[in-house]
Design a protein around this ligand. Structure first.
Ligand code: DX5
Ligand code: ZN
Length: 221
């Protein structure tokens, strides 16, 4: 079975204790830090700004995975350019010149990801496969932690895997974001999810410690 990466969603930690949370997260042996950047327009929330990315970069060796949920993608990509993040995903729904923006993300030295909302048809990513390093399949409507998985999510992940394979892009991995819970993980992985964004449904679930939650998560994988 494929190696599955764990990407803690840092919007789920206490912002007043961000650095100590970072150290605790690093100690869990996770694979990358998922940073949700929202603008209050594309999604009705804005918990973190790019300042957190700038502050974070010199303080961690973990890969930084930025998920942009914004209207003006190019504006944010240019601000991110000097910050040396490892990967950036942009939403097909807000990115008018998607091909150009994805090319620009690679140009600034980051891996380029295309993110897709639950209701958006997969055909929206069909002609940018040459430009991307991963697909982010949203399994909730973006904006908030702690939501329920949308009903077509597992089918969508499987269809996305099939589309990538059929088009000759079997090397492009699928990241899954939203309600990646202990219960949902087995089906998400079976459908083709290999990078799991871990939020309040798993690592940051309040019923157990973060390290216990990682173990439970790994069992579910
Ligand atoms: C938005 C976020 C959320 C969230 C994931 O893109 O990445 O989906 O933090 O965590 P859950 O859904 O488990 O609270
Ligand atoms: Zn996200």
């Amino acid at each position: 079975k494929p190696q599955v990466l764990i990407s803690p969603s840092m919007m789920c930690v206490d912002p007043l204790n961000f650095e100590s949370a970072l150290r605790r997260v690093e100690a869990l042996g996770v694979d990358m830090l998922h940073i949700d950047i929202m603008d209050g327009h594309f999604v009705p929330n804005a918990p973190m700004g790019l300042g957190i990315v700038e502050a974070l970069r010199p303080k961690t060796d973990l890969p930084i995975d930025v998920h942009l949920m914004v209207e003006d993608n190019d504006f944010f990509v240019e601000l991110l350019a000097p910050m040396r993040v490892d990967q950036i995903s942009v939403h097909v729904e807000s990115c008018i010149h998607l091909d150009r923006t994805l090319a620009r993300i690679r140009e600034i030295g980051a891996q380029a990801g295309v993110a897709i909302n639950p209701a958006t048809p997969l055909s929206a990513i069909q002609y940018v496969l040459e430009r991307i390093d991963y697909v982010l399949v949203m399994t909730v409507n973006p904006g908030y932690a702690g939501q329920k998985m949308t009903p077509a999510s597992i089918r969508k992940i499987a269809d996305c895997r099939k589309l990538l394979d059929d088009q000759g892009y079997s090397q492009i991995p699928i990241q899954v974001d939203g309600n990646v819970s202990f219960e949902n993980i087995p089906a998400m992985v079976r459908a083709g999810g290999v990078n799991l964004v871990a939020g309040t449904s798993s690592i940051f679930h309040r019923d157990a410690s973060w390290s216990e939650n990682v173990i439970t998560m790994k069992h579910a994988i």
